[in-house]
Every structure is written in C-alpha cells, then in structure tokens.
Write a new protein. Structure first.
Length: 529
C-alpha cells in the first residue's frame, strides 16, 4: 500500500492484500514505478532544501569558531578555507586576497585529499603536503614558501641537528634528501654527482605524527646503499658508515651531558628547597633565639614545672616522624603548647600537641609517678571509667555486658584482656615502671610525659596498656628552652621517633587551650573500641 501511494498509483483501500499485489505488479510492468509522485517529490525537495540550508548555517558557525587559527580552519572545512582566503565574494579566484602561501599542519589523509580536491577546482591554486606541514598558494609561490620555512627552521634549530632535520622532513622530505644526501625523489643520485656526500641526516621518530614514524625505514628502502643506525628513537642516515658511527657517538656523548645537566639542575633545585626550608625554620624559631639571649644573664640551674609553660615548635630528627609531618613545611608544622600548672594539681602540667598525623593532650611531670598521679587527677567524663581504679564493681561483669555475653567464656572479643582484675594492664605496667625507677637514678634534666591523641581525621588512638609515653631531656646550657625527646606510638612507629623541642614564647598560643584528658581517651567508649 505504501509503495502504491509513493508512486501515486490508484487502488481500493478496502482491497485484499493479494489484489493490492496484483495492482503493484501491473504498475511495474506498465513502467509506472520509475518516478516518484510529483506531490511527494515536491515535499522531498522542500525538506532537502530546508535541511541543506540548516546544515550550511551550522557549518558556517563551526568554521567561524575556528577561523582565527589557520590550522584549525584548514582541518575543519577545506572548501570553506579556500573560499575564505583565495576566492572573491562571487566565488572567482582572487590572487590579491592572499598573496603569500598559507602554511598549516594536516594530521589526516582525508583532510589532505579534500584540500587537494578543493584547490584543484580553483585555476592557478596549488597545494603541497608531505608528512605534516602543508602549503596552499598560487602557482610559483609555494616553492618560495617552502624555502623560507627551511631557512626559518635552520635559524631556529641551528644547534639541534635532529630537531632541524625532523622539522624539515615534515615540510618537504624530498627537498631535505636532495640538500643533504643528493637524492632525487625517485631515490637516485642527482645527475652529475660523481661522489656521494659524507653528510648525514638525523631524524627523531617522535617528531613525526603517529603512523609516519617509519620514515627512516622508507628512505633507506628507496635508496640502496644508504646506511641507517638507531640510537633509541633517533635514526642516523648517510652514505658513509664512518660518519654515521661518528654521529651516533656524538649523540651518546650529548645524552650523557644532558643527564649530568639534569642531575645538576636537580641538585640546585634541592639546594634551593633546602635553603627555603632552613629560612622558614629560622623564622619560626626566631622567638627561641630571643628568649635564649634574654636568659643568658639570669640562668636557672634547677629545672622545675614552672619552667615548662609556653609555646614550642618541634623539629623531627628521625625520618619516621618527618614522613608524617607537613611536607611543604619540612616538619615545621609540629607544635606543643604547655599550659601553667593549676593550683589543684602539683604533680604535672598539661599540654596540647600536634605531631603531624596525631594531635591530642599531654601530661608532663618530673617523674613517671608524678605523671600517673596527674593523670589520675584529671576530670572524668560521666561515661569514663579509669581501668586503674577499683570502684567495687567486678570488671568481668561490665566487660561481659559490653560484649553482650551473660555467662560462659568471653569468646569473640577483639583482644585478650589478660588479668580480668587488671584488664588494661595499668597496674602491672605501673608496678614494672616503679621497679625500673627504683633501680635507675633520676635525671634532673628529664621531663616525662604521657599522652592521649586522635589522628588528624578525628579517630582516637586507644592506649590499651598505657604505652603512649615519652620523655624530654632539657638542655641546661640553653636555659631549659630546648629539649630532645622521644615517644612511643606503636600503631605508627615501630621504633620510637625522636625530635627536638624549641621554646619560642613563654606563653602558649592564644589559639590553643587545654583539652580534658577524657576527650581524647578512646577507652571511655569501651574495650571494644
């Protein structure tokens, strides 16, 4: 039915399919199906005209967007390119519109073929394209354009032979072979040449577009007797083997010099970066030097808690800690702020600290026992229960309840709690430290500390066995303004990292304030944390 309507053949709409087929067969035999019905042809032509006009407007817009760049315009639409630069408003050749040949890059063979076709339709207009660069211009001007481009490249790459020859090959490979190796386009020597030239050409395959990086092999295949040797992506081609080998040797030496220059530049950059970091560090500890100069007149020979409060900067002295510090600051972003001793606590002082990946609260005292007493005297959160205190409740009951176990063995727990009367090992650890302290004379210049912390992302580092401890050895000659220290944080450091502390102010930073111990102590959330 559709075919009958298409050719405007009359039929009965109520007819059976077999009858319609008979009508169509009769129309075919009578030659009535050779042309479309006039009414439908008019609709087709009108739609085609509308679509052609719409597409022309679209292509005009796309070309206008790329018209500012010669290469983009040529690759976008070769016909519009020729019309824009070489035809007048009536579509006739206009040699006064663009007198010099236009140079641009062509990346695809299809574009080259379209441009060649577009130029052939304009009398007197020529087109040249070899590997990459293409020229469009009036007859007699393209050769001059190529010669000027060769001269420009010689001036630009006079000190880099492989760049020069590769760029010239992209413009006109035949001209390059003729100038350097006396080879005609058909691969034969220039007529009248008695001897072969000793010059060589050096081509960098990476300078050619993908698909044309086998140019050196093509050259050698067309010219029997040519010698080609490779040095990485570089190909050296010539008639004389000795000269080719000499060029390869020169390239190797040049590569070694480039490596040495690169290493030297890297060393200089490292030295500049180190100088920048040292200058930043010196600015950061300027306060330390001022305090040091002021304390020389009134040295204090006995270190006490009253000497500790103030603002300190920290410099990592072990690689393990330095890797966690802020790279841009070279470790200078670490800091400690020690606050004055409250009247209610005479055993230690509290500090806020930031050590690269962790931050938290620190308690400092003149002995381990003082630190433990200071910790025991810290305010307790309503949900906090110090494992070291005996409040009369059987710890096994609370631990079992926490793990959802009423009776039976505590299977499925995340860790072995050891002695159930001392689940966190606090008392055992304390007894061990007290025994060690009894046998070791106390260093009067050493300050001990214990800390609780979060990672910088806010997750608590639970200190199950009170292992987050450390000490500071203050320098008496520096007026107690400088100390070397170490601390234990087994989660991140297999070996305790070391650092140096510098006081830059006798008062803590106004932006810092002491934070209660329980705020960082993840144990208050339960043993399964």
């Amino acid at each position: 039915m559709a075919q009958l309507q298409f050719y405007d053949i009359p039929f009965e709409k109520s007819a059976r399919v077999s009858d319609l087929r008979t009508v169509l067969e009769d129309a075919l035999k009578a030659g009535k199906c050779k042309e479309m019905a006039p009414g439908k042809a008019m609709v087709r032509d009108r739609l085609r005209s509308d679509y052609d006009e719409a597409f022309e407007l679209l292509y005009d817009q796309l070309f206008a967007e790329r018209a500012e760049n010669i290469t983009d315009a040529a690759n976008c639409d070769p016909k519009r390119f020729v019309k824009k630069y070489f035809l007048d408003s009536h579509g006739n050749p206009d040699q006064t519109k663009t007198k010099e040949p236009l140079k641009f890059r062509v990346f695809y063979k299809s574009v080259s073929d379209e441009m060649k076709q577009a130029c052939s339709e304009v009398p007197g207009l020529g087109f040249h394209h070899d590997l990459l660069m293409a020229f469009v211009g009036w007859e007699g001007t393209i050769k001059d354009g190529i010669d000027k481009e060769f001269a420009r490249l010689e001036a630009k790459y006079s000190a880099n032979k492989q760049k020069l020859h590769s760029a010239q090959a992209d413009v006109d490979l035949s001209l390059l072979l003729r100038q350097q190796l006396a080879i005609e386009a058909d691969g034969t020597l220039i007529a009248g040449m008695d001897t072969k030239p000793v010059t060589t050409i050096i081509l960098d395959r990476w300078e050619f577009v993908i698909g044309k990086r086998n140019v050196p092999e093509i050259i050698v295949s067309k010219c029997p007797g040519l010698v080609m040797k490779d040095f990485g992506r570089i190909a050296v081609i010539g008639w004389d083997t000795v000269q080719v080998d000499a060029e390869i040797h020169r390239l190797k030496e040049e590569r070694e010099r480039e490596k040495e220059l690169a290493k030297e530049r890297e060393r200089e950059a490292e030295a500049e970066e180190q100088a920048r970091k040292e200058a930043a560090w010196n600015r950061r500890i300027a306060g330390y030097h001022r305090l040091l100069a002021a304390c020389q007149d009134s040295p204090n020979s006995i270190l006490g808690l009253s000497d500790l409060p103030g603002r300190y900067v920290v410099k990592a002295t072990s690689d393990s800690l330095r890797s966690y510090s802020t790279n841009d600051q070279g470790g200078d972003a670490m800091a400690v702020n020690i606050f004055s001793t409250p009247s209610s606590n005479t055993h230690g002082v509290k500090a806020s600290f930031h050590f690269g990946i962790v931050e938290g609260t620190m308690l400092l005292g003149m002995s381990r026992e003082d630190v433990e007493k200071a910790r025991e005297g810290q305010p307790k959160h309503s949900s906090y229960s110090d494992p070291g205190e005996d409040d009369g409740e059987n710890p096994s009951d609370s631990l079992r309840a926490f793990n959802g176990i009423e009776n039976g063995p505590t299977t499925g727990q995340k860790r072995d709690l050891g002695n159930i009367s001392d689940p966190w090992g606090v008392r055992a650890a304390r007894a061990k430290r007290q025994q060690m302290m009894a046998n070791t004379p106390r260093d009067p210049n050493r300050v001990y500390f214990q800390f609780v912390c979060n990672t910088v992302h806010g997750y608590p580092e639970v200190d199950e066995n009170n292992e987050h401890i450390g000490h500071l050895d203050f320098d008496e000659d520096a007026g107690w303004l400088k100390a070397t220290g170490t601390f234990h944080l087994p989660t991140y450091f297999r070996t305790p990292p070391t650092f140096t502390l510098y006081k830059i102010s006798n008062t803590p930073s106004k932006h810092m304030k002491p934070i209660d111990w329980y705020e960082f102590d993840g144990r208050r959330w339960g043993p399964g944390w």
